[in-house]
Design a protein. Sequence first.
Length: 410
Amino acid sequence: MYELVMMWDWLGFAIRWLHVITAIAWIGSSFYFIALDLGLRKATDLPPGAHGEEWQVHGGGFYHIRKYLVAPSEMPEHLTWFKWESYSTWLSGFALLMVVYWAGGELYLIDQSKADLTLWQGIAISAATLSIGWIVYDRLCKSGLAERPTLLMVLLFVLLVAMGWGLNQVFTGRAMMLHLGAFTATIMTANVFFIIMPNQRIVVKDLQEGRTPDAKYGKIAKLRSTHNNYLTLPVIFLMLSNHYPLAFASDYNWLIAALVFLMGVTIRHYFNTRHARAGNPTWTWLATVLLFLGVIILSTAGLEHDGDEEVEVTELTGTALVMAKATGFEEVHEIVMGRCSMCHAREPFWDGIRTAPKGVLLETEADVARRAREIYLQAGLTHAMPPANITYMEPEDRAAIRRWFRAAQM
């Protein structure tokens, strides 16, 4: 069975790597086209229908780019579509969500101290947030609010904050942050799949069949593309938030997420304004610093431990209970207490560490039983922990961890 654990971890590794690669491609192309669009210049020799042009130099060559607000007078022989970056990012992200937060739901998804849910109920809520959230957002965009983009953005922000608060009532802090990011990424990819690409296909078909394309399709797509632009930076933070326990393990983690969304707006506004050559809004940096200070204050004002309160071994269920009863558990608990708990404690006493790294607690027997798989992978199967073997974990200690974990799979 422990071979399956290794293969499952490698599967997660492969999907995560794919997700990172596709996300870089999507975010890179998104940032490039936003900057290009804002930097277009007028010229006297532009062809009919052209909005502007841009000369760029890169990689030892020059590029001459023109944009048509609706479409050129005739269909070009070659047309490159930018869509697979978005689709691949979402699909790989959804697969990773299933591997980590659905398959590992008892550990990473549900916080029993917040809501008494079964695993399937937690998974159902997880899936529903992605679909229902998109439906609400899409209805807002298709209402009269489309003519009032600033108000629409404010309502979108309120929706995101409400979603973060709601998810925090049932999920672990780590899962709340990740799902808020997944919900936002779903909006962005759905914008591409359901709105932007279909509208572009309508324009292309009109050109192919000799009709004059309607400008409204470009206007609709532009609105959704603008939303995607301002949501990108917050999504990056939320997808990486599991590295920051000061953010996800705070009692005010949903407010921290809200401030991160606002920081994304101020940062993007600065660069968008600069790309458009419309000024130098340095006030955005002051606003960003103040928002970040708010994040720092909230992160230290309330700290929780992702549902890992001290519980008795007898209260454990499922896999954790099996691990607690496996041969060698007492020995492993002593090893972990001696080599790991000085950092992975509710009140760490290792100099320079304020909160347990990644929110992982390894003090009580229940803590060790619940983190069995991570202990096995990080300290038994590999030498990832302790870092630089700073607490001198001996080879026989690692062997004891491996024996214990494998005994539980028998």
